[in-house]
Design a protein around this ligand. Structure first.
Ligand SMILES: [Zn+2]
Length: 493
């Protein structure tokens, strides 16, 4: 057996344990009675330890060195690169630091749940201080191994290849035109009247509507399913993808578009190449590319006029309300493209969302690089929020820097993925429309030409190429914010 084959077999084994882990996680979120939590947590922790041991086995280093000398095809070289990357990610950070981070993160997050509603920054700050300190230690260790700045080393966990330099260029471009575009869109929408849903929309009817919408988006129900959970997610494994949503019986709007979003994540997973199943090279490229698929489904397809025309019919059918003006095409389109300045990122619309992401990026970049201290964050948040959306968060911590869960457990470097994803999605569309009649396909109800493009250019490519190469091969250029701007201007002006 060659060293390359040995590595392949080893990573297949790891993927089987990850499969089990993922299904236990889905079950815990979607099905498990509360009393099962204690034993389930222990079982999942045990599995994590086992996977970590497999991922850091001492002989792997030697196998990688020897496999590098073997005669490998181009695809095998990519496969080796991705296995090695996962191995390095797993071994860079010493185990005692990982453990300390896990304890500090859980403690901070647990207390945050009651501190946020109480607007208790002082209490939060005491726990968060430790989380930030440990994340900086992690960033320092990673940056020494990678030869980069501390924050770039954290970015590498979620967006391999993306750097502060490239993000600064992209985001400073967005900052020059976004505030004015938001104002213009608000002006334009000022006079429009919207009829918001009222009444009761049963969970059963909403689920049936969700399933019909997933069928339109060609979700493969032989290899996946839809369930409910408190926090919607896409989990499982490519051959069995589990997506979830959360229903509000007073309003179907959010859950429906949430399902469209998660279906985008799911179709990427379902479309990954079978030939590389269980191997790192067969996995999704990055968090940003994953988000580019969910956001392509949600923003480029889901909120387009022809798709909303389908949603109008499907929802009127599901709730048996054909005369209700809420479900009229024009009205639904207004609902799904309404712009509003708000404090909360997760409630933000497509147009104001990047403003939320960019300010978090600037703050976490400086925090991890040691340019600012954690106690500077509330004032900076207030300053940036005023500059980008004209809202003050002075003294309003719960709707300011304490609103997101990401920082409480030290997930620094993750936020940029959201806006990168939105930008990639707009760029795919700009290229796709040169060869595909996108609106025509959506109108006809057969969206296969769109999915074929995504499959050929993104899904089937998995992690064979670096992100820059993937985007260049698909669109002829690396990420360019101009496409995102054009998309937003076309939709909102
Ligand atoms: Zn997503």
């Amino acid at each position: 057996m060659s060293n390359y084959d040995q590595l392949t077999a080893h990573y297949q084994t790891i993927s089987h344990f990850n499969h089990a882990q993922s299904m236990l996680g889905w079950d815990a979120a979607a099905n498990m009675p509360a009393g099962g939590n204690d034993a389930r947590s222990k079982a999942m922790a045990e599995l994590s330890v086992h996977v970590h041991r497999l991922s850091t086995q001492p002989q792997l280093g030697e196998w990688f060195d020897k496999a590098q000398q073997e005669l490998l095809s181009t695809e095998q070289q990519s496969s080796l690169r991705e296995m090695k990357r996962q191995w390095q990610q797993a071994t860079i950070v010493p185990e005692d630091l990982v453990q300390a981070q896990s304890i500090a993160g859980s403690k901070c997050e647990h207390a945050w749940r009651s501190q946020r509603p109480a607007n208790d920054w002082e209490g939060f700050e005491k726990n968060w201080k430790e989380v930030v300190k440990l994340s900086r230690e992690e960033a320092k260790i990673r940056s020494e191994a990678l030869g980069s700045t501390p924050y770039d080393a954290m970015l590498d966990k979620f967006e391999p290849g993306t750097t502060t330099a490239s993000l600064d260029t992209l985001f400073s471009d967005v900052k020059t035109w976004l505030p004015e575009l938001i104002e213009k869109a608000l002006d334009k929408q000022n006079s429009q009247s919207i009829i918001m849903p009222s009444g009761t929309f049963s969970t059963a009817n909403q689920k049936a509507l969700g399933v019909e919408t997933m069928k339109l988006l060609k979700f493969d129900f032989d290899h996946g399913r839809l369930d409910q959970s408190v926090h919607p997610f896409c989990g499982g494994v490519p051959s069995d993808v589990r997506i979830t949503t959360r229903y509000d019986e007073k309003d179907f709007v959010q859950a429906l578009m949430g399902i469209v979003h998660e279906t985008g994540h799911a179709r990427y997973e379902q479309g990954l190449p079978k030939a590389f199943a269980g191997l790192p090279v067969g996995e999704a490229r990055s968090m940003g590319v994953h988000e580019s698929q969910s956001l392509f489904f949600e923003m480029q397809i889901g909120r387009s006029k022809p798709f909303i025309s389908h949603l109008s019919q499907l929802s009127a059918n599901a709730f048996n309300a054909h005369q209700d003006p809420v479900f009229a095409e024009e009205n639904l389109y207004k609902i799904y493209t309404q712009v509003e300045k708000g404090f909360i990122r997760v409630d933000a619309d497509e147009l104001t969302y990047p403003a939320h992401v960019i300010m978090r990026y600037e703050i976490e970049r400086d925090l991890i690089n040691g340019v600012i201290e954690h106690t500077d964050v509330p004032a900076l948040w207030d300053e940036k929020m005023k500059a980008s959306l004209g809202l003050s968060t002075k003294g309003n911590y719960q709707n300011g820097c304490m609103q997101d869960i990401h920082w409480t457990d030290g997930a620094f470097g993750y936020f940029p993925s959201y806006t990168l994803g939105a930008m990639y999605a707009a760029q795919y569309k700009a290229t796709m429309q040169q060869t595909v009649d996108i609106d025509g396909a959506i109108k006809s109800g057969d969206l296969s030409p769109i999915f074929k493009w995504l499959s050929d250019n993104i899904w089937s490519q998995a992690s064979l190429h670096t992100t820059d190469d993937l985007i260049k091969r698909a669109t002829g250029e690396t990420l360019n914010a101009a496409h995102f701007r054009k998309h937003l201007e076309t939709r909102y002006l």
